[in-house]
Write a protein that binds this ligand. Structure first.
Ligand SMILES: NC(=O)c1ccc[n+]([C@@H]2O[C@H](COP(=O)([O-])OP(=O)(O)OC[C@H]3O[C@@H](n4cnc5c(N)ncnc54)[C@H](O)[C@@H]3O)[C@@H](O)[C@H]2O)c1
Length: 248
């Protein structure tokens, strides 16, 4: 991948204050893109954007709650006014609220779907209505391997990821005639604050790699966690011209 592969491209990354979204933003910034980063954590987002700018990237922070439809439409409009037409959209914002189904609260259920599914719908709709007349653009959703594998204490999360995976495929089908590609990256366990929030102690890495028969988790054959950069590399490939015939 050349260091100028995304030179001048406008990229919108959600959930970019930390973890996978931050690594995606960094990857695009390092390759010359003009990156709009959004996240609900205002201060962490601004700190992340500042850090990338100090490394020479062109990165601007737009604090945003993706569950707020009106705020999303407004933010997308402001981003295009300030940076130009969005060429690449990456959905990395997500929440994980664990718990068994029988005692899972309505609030946790609603919050999970509000971010992991509705947020992707809101941002996709606002951006794709602008991409369609330009007949240009690509959209990548960070889903999860939990979209396809049942997990103990993760019903809301896994169901929201299965739904957003299908949403992105339907979006790809509707946008294909305009030359807009939509793809999904489904990470396994990746070393971010979200993954670490699942761990009770320092043995978390080893237990995740080993798997646990009690919770029907198989472990990781490569015997290592993914890094946020590993996932970002897949996102950057899907956004690149080399993936020009990949959609859905
Ligand atoms: N870490 C993993 O093991 C793993 C595995 C599979 C999939 N994923 C997915 O990858 C994506 C990134 O996860 P991560 O591990 O970097 O998690 P993370 O918790 O470290 O980062 C997620 C980011 O999303 C932001 N966010 C949450 N709600 C938001 C909202 N309403 N509006 C805007 N931003 C919001 C958070 O503030 C945070 O900065 C998520 O969609 C997650 O489900 C992660």
């Amino acid at each position: 991948m050349s260091e100028t592969e995304f030179h001048g491209r406008v990229v919108l990354v959600t959930g970019a204050a930390q973890g996978i979204g931050a690594a995606v933003a960094q990857g695009f910034a390092q390759q010359g893109a003009r990156v709009a980063v959004v996240d609900i954590q205002k201060e962490a987002l601004e700190a992340a954007a500042l850090k990338l700018s100090q490394q020479g990237g062109e990165v601007t922070a737009f604090p945003l709650d993706v569950t707020n439809n009106e705020a999303v439409a407004q933010a997308v409009s402001v981003i295009e006014q300030r940076l130009g037409p969005i060429d690449i959209l990456v959905h990395a914002a997500g929440v994980l609220r664990m718990g068994p189904i029988v005692s899972y609260s309505d609030a946790n259920w609603a919050a999970t779907f509000a971010v992991n599914l509705n947020g992707v719908f809101h941002v996709s709709r606002a951006v794709s209505e602008r991409m369609i007349p330009r007949r240009r653009g690509t959209i990548i959703t960070v889903s999860s391997n939990a979209a396809a594998i049942p997990r103990m204490d993760m019903a809301a999360y896994a169901t929201s990821k299965a739904a957003v995976t299908m949403f992105t495929k339907c979006l790809a089908l509707e946008l294909a005639e305009y030359g807009i590609r939509c793809n999904i990256v489904s990470p396994g366990s990746t070393d971010t604050p979200m993954l670490r929030s699942m761990w009770a102690d320092e043995q978390g890495t080893q237990r995740t790699i080993e798997g646990s028969p009690q919770t029907y988790r198989t472990g990781i054959p490569l015997r290592k966690l993914a890094t946020p950069v590993d996932i970002a590399n897949s996102v950057l490939f899907l956004a690149s011209e080399r993936a020009g015939h990949l959609t859905m």
